[in-house]
Design a protein around this ligand. Structure first.
Ligand code: NAD
Ligand code: MG
Length: 391
């Protein structure tokens, strides 16, 4: 099978490569893409004998080209090259770029009618209806890689989506689930970057602490499975062993459990519709003893309320929400705003944009989504400026 990995140098990309390297005879690697970590990109492109390696930064083209000289592997750089790489014929493509930057390459991959393993949740948050329509028109298969959505997908095998009453996704609660509320405004970037259970990229780890990650995932659930917002719930489950549950109309609940290791969801998508042996830790329930659950506190996690508002608004609200969240996250990482300022920045952006920026319209084209994304970034920076003004 011909495979490509968009975002190969990241956390999901590296876990995907780990699985592919275990069965080299089964996979022909077409394209690998990355960012600043040229050494990693080159190491993997050589080891996997990729056709082409791409960095998203045009300024790094010369470095990449030099490091690949004599290997026969093509070098390319920049956003256009990413799209070209995603459009190269492949049977299975991993979408693991972080952020809205993954949207255009993901759409290019879908356009060729491939199987797209979707780790980049922002794709569905920004442009769900457009993505689903494009996949259908191109005859592409979309497989979820987010652990919760992979769990829901697995619980639904052989089931009728019409018989679903509720979809429940779990959340670890992130780094600050037990921190007194009054202390949240003072937490540091380093503290927010340490996840209690999962080892992931820095951005999604901080988004787990704020639950913006879960907010994106509520929207992702709605777009992927087509269930109504009121059918979707998030529940805190500190052990991170149950990834999601589907409640059917007969009252039965199907849960998916597994160790918190992304190679499960990646491997499921890689081998689908078959199941292959995977090198993930096994869960021993007798050793675990107890699984606990509790309702999330919305005062601690305002992102969840914002996700409800975004789902109710529909249209392009998801694209604005995600872009504002990315800007707020950048500002927190850069030390410009506090942890607890992120949600107000996003909320203010959405309020500003809901009057007059056409958010209510369905995302009909990629250009329109990218336009709203760009506008929301401007508005979010304005919101940060307002927040910084001495009152
Ligand atoms: P990461 O930061 O570890 O890696 C991101 C990858 O994207 C890198 O290869 C990087 O070079 C590339 N990249 C960054 N900015 C880019 C840009 N502007 N253009 C092109 N490429 C760019 O991220 P990650 O944790 O692997 O997450 C990747 C995606 O998967 C995210 O959407 C995340 O929400 C999702 N996801 C991750 C996990 C996890 O366990 N890490 C779990 C579920 C979902
Ligand atoms: Mg997840």
């Amino acid at each position: 099978m011909r495979v490509s990995i968009l975002g190969a140098t990241g956390s999901i990309g590296q876990s995907t490569i780990d699985l592919i390297r275990r069965q080299p005879e089964r996979h022909d690697v077409v394209a690998l893409t990355g960012g600043r970590n040229i050494a990693q990109l080159v190491r993997d492109a050589r080891a996997l004998k990729a056709q082409v390696a791409v960095t998203c930064y045009p300024g790094l083209y010369a470095d990449l080209k030099a490091a690949l000289s004599g290997t026969g592997i093509e070098a390319a750089a920049g956003p256009e090259a990413l799209i070209e790489a995603a459009a190269r014929p492949a049977d299975w493509i991993m979408s693991a770029i972080v952020g809205a930057a993954g949207l255009a390459p993901g759409m290019a991959a879908l356009g060729q009618g491939t199987t797209l393993a979707l780790a980049n949740k922002e794709t569905l948050v920004c442009a769900g209806p457009l993505v689903m329509r494009t996949a259908k028109a191109a005859g592409a298969t979309l497989l979820p890689v987010d652990s919760e959505h992979s769990a829901v997908f697995q619980a639904l095998v052989g089931e009728d989506i019409g018989a679903v009453e509720k979809v429940i996704i779990t959340a670890s609660g992130g780094a600050f689930r037990d921190r007194p509320l009054g202390q949240l405004s003072g937490v540091t970037v380093a503290e927010a970057s340490a996840h209690p259970n999962w080892d992931m990229g820095q951005r999604i780890t901080i988004d787990s602490a704020s639950m913006f990650n879960k907010a994106l995932e509520l929207i992702e659930t709605r777009e992927f499975f087509g269930v109504a917002p009121e059918q979707i719930e998030a529940v805190i489950h500190p052990e991170s062993l149950v990834h999601a549950l589907v409640q059917f109309r007969d009252g039965g609940l199907m849960a998916h459990l597994g160790a918190p290791d992304m190679r499960h969801a990646i491997g499921y998508a890689l081998n689908w519709p078959e199941r292959a042996h995977l090198p993930v830790p096994r869960v021993n329930l007798a050793e675990v003893g107890a699984l606990t659950f509790r309702a999330p506190d919305e005062a601690r996690y305002p992102a969840l309320r914002l996700a409800r508002e975004v789902m109710a608004a529909g249209g392009l609200a998801g694209a604005a929400f995600n872009a504002a969240k990315e800007v707020a996250l950048d500002a927190f990482i850069a030390g410009r705003i506090r942890f607890t300022d992120m949600a107000p920045v996003v909320e203010r952006t959405l309020t500003q944009m809901s009057s007059g920026d056409g958010l209510e319209n369905a995302p009909l084209s990629l250009d329109k989504v990218l336009q709203i994304d760009a506008l929301a970034r401007v508005r979010a920076k304005e919101a940060i400026g307002t927040l910084m003004e001495p009152s």
